[in-house]
Design a protein. Sequence first.
Length: 163
Amino acid sequence: MPIVLQFLMLLGGVICLADAQQTAAPAQPIPYSHKTHLALGLKCQDCHPNPDPGEHMTIPAAAKCMACHVTIAKDRPAIQKLAEFAKSKEPIPWVRVYALPAEVFWSHRSHLTAGMKCEICHGDVPKMDVMARVTNVASMEGCVACHTERGASTGCVFCHDEK
């Protein structure tokens, strides 16, 4: 194996080990409990649709949240802040919990079509009051382990552009 490839694999392993650690939940601009909302019967796709071409799940506009919160908990400071975002039509500046490097191509749609469930990558979200990174899904190690376990391709060009 060429020395450059060995070095890249070693570097990737070091980065993956660092990325595999559970991280504390980042501070968000508005408190949001997935546990509370999913206990009401909401499904992931209710708030996170997957528009074409399907690479990303989206985050709802504040106006969607306000469809319920116009009457529910409307006097709470967090809901009043939410209402301000909705009124101004400004997106809520949520802090990402999971992010992939720019050189990685990843499609939510292809994984959902293959039968993957949200919790495989994002953990037991229905039990989370605050969203935190609890899996190593955003690391090469996590992706390769999952692909190997499920018999999916682990070839470089499967996730990385051939440039």
